[in-house]
Ligand binder design. Structure first.
Ligand code: SF4
Length: 438
């Protein structure tokens, strides 16, 4: 594809980890709605997500809801708020059945062993864990020592996601995160010894001073560690939203065509090493549940990316956490102080959300299938509405429309978010808030 075509599509569009996207949430949906939607839950299994918005220090490239926090007192009071929120949910949904528990952040282990164990005990005491359920955790390899791994084993973590980004020393210096290959290798060894059965590695392209050679080498080294899964994300440079990214010089960033080449180079290395491509940016061993879900067209997409988790309900706990109910989304207060104040006062901290319309549910299902399967069968009204907005992508060979089937071509796969945007009725003049499309 020529550079001018790539540049023409270098637009800001959402990542479509949800529909409606978080940019559409508003303050008319709050704690009252959150509690009511919890109360309406039936006996179906829910997934619980716990957000820990703290890290030892901030990486320059980070776009997560997190802050540097090392004070034991503050970490302890946040853990107590999480435990109280678990009680509030359990009171609203007595005997709530829980399939997966997902710890994300930030760096969940930053809470410390005693706090993690206390929260995990409260989860076990107040919710009905299903057999075969899983507990996953995002882990920073720089802080993954014997003690941390022992705590993870105590609280039943069996899936781990490790942030790698790039193994090259000059890229690590440019993103404020020094983490040599040996550090990741050691963390993986400890996790494997502790019986963690599934490890995901997050890689990144589009980072400052990163070349295609760096990306290819990182992908190759990552495969030597034999993770079950890998994710390959494009760096999103949004310093106006994330002040820590101001440490990164705009001029050091690869342009749209280089980003596309980097993403493709890493993809080819991973495919050549036996991984199968899943959706836009994930890879897995062919026998991994994620690959099997993709092959069966049962893959789902949530705020953590692609998942084989079948639960329709996600209960988010902690600052900024988002919950998904059959009726809509709710989001907790974004900063940990407001979150804790609300919880300490005895109520939920929900500050915004959105109730689904029938059109949202229909379009959300279409967008999820397109993002997961890279193809979707639309109903005639949606197709008629979207076709004019898909015309350019089709003319440039990035997608095909045959009957009701809209499918990304092989070369068009990285542009799937642009096709999803054509189905997004709510997308308004918020382009600047989102990251680059590829
Ligand atoms: S990249 Fe990970 S470790 Fe670094 S600041 Fe963000 S959440 Fe924390």
């Amino acid at each position: 594809m020529d550079a001018s075509t790539i540049a023409a599509y270098d637009r800001s569009v959402p990542r479509y980890t949800s529909y409606p996207t978080a940019a559409q949430f508003h303050g008319a949906v709050g704690a009252v709605q959150h509690k009511a939607w919890l109360g309406d839950l039936d006996r179906a299994c829910s997934t619980v997500y716990l957000h820990v918005p703290f890290c030892a220090r901030l990486c320059w490239y980070c776009a997560c809801h997190t802050a540097a926090m090392n004070r034991a007192e503050s970490l302890g009071s946040y853990a107590r708020a999480l435990a109280k929120e678990i009680d509030l949910v359990a009171e609203a949904v007595p005997g709530m059945m829980v399939g997966q528990i997902q710890w994300g952040g930030g760096t969940p282990s930053q809470l410390g062993a005693a706090n993690l164990v206390a929260v995990a005990k409260r989860l076990a005491a107040r919710f009905d864990r299903r057999s075969g359920s899983e507990t996953s955790m995002e882990v920073d390899p720089r802080f993954c020592d014997e003690e941390h791994v022992a705590t993870m084993r105590d609280i039943g973590v069996d899936r781990v996601s490790l942030g790698v980004q790039d193994f090259s020393a000059h890229v690590q210096r440019a993103i404020g995160r020094i983490q040599p290959f040996a550090t990741v290798e050691r963390a993986m060894g400890l996790l494997r010894e502790a019986g963690v059965s599934s490890i995901n590695l997050d890689l990144m392209y589009g980072l400052p001073h990163q070349s295609e050679r760096d990306v290819r080498r990182t992908a190759r080294l990552a495969t030597l560690l034999a993770p079950e899964r890998l994710a390959l994300f494009g760096y999103a440079h949004v310093p106006w939203m994330r002040p820590n990214q101001k440490m990164i010089d705009d001029a050091s960033l690869p342009g749209p065509a280089e980003r596309l080449d980097q993403s493709e180079a890493a993809r080819q290395v991973l495919l050549a090493n036996g991984y199968v491509g899943i959706g836009l940016d994930h890879f897995a061993r062919p026998d991994d549940p994620l690959a099997r879900a993709a092959a069966a067209r049962q893959l789902k997409r949530n705020f953590q990316g692609y998942t084989a988790d079948r639960a329709d309900v996600l209960v988010g706990l902690g600052a900024s956490a988002i919950s998904r109910f059959p009726q809509g989304f709710t989001q907790n207060a974004p900063d940990s102080a407001s979150y804790q104040r609300a919880i300490d006062a005895g109520g939920f901290s929900t500050v915004r959300g959105i109730a689904f319309t029938a059109d949202d549910i229909k379009r959300g299902a279409f967008i999820e299938r397109l993002m997961c399967d890279l193809e979707v069968y639309l109903d005639p009204p949606t197709l008629a509405d979207a076709a004019p907005r898909l015309a350019d992508l089709m003319a440039d060979g990035l997608l095909t429309i045959e009957g009701r089937r809209v499918a990304m071509t092989a070369v068009g796969r990285p542009f799937v978010r642009l096709a999803a945007a054509a189905l997004d009725h709510r997308l308004q003049a918020v382009a600047a808030r989102h990251s680059a499309a590829v």
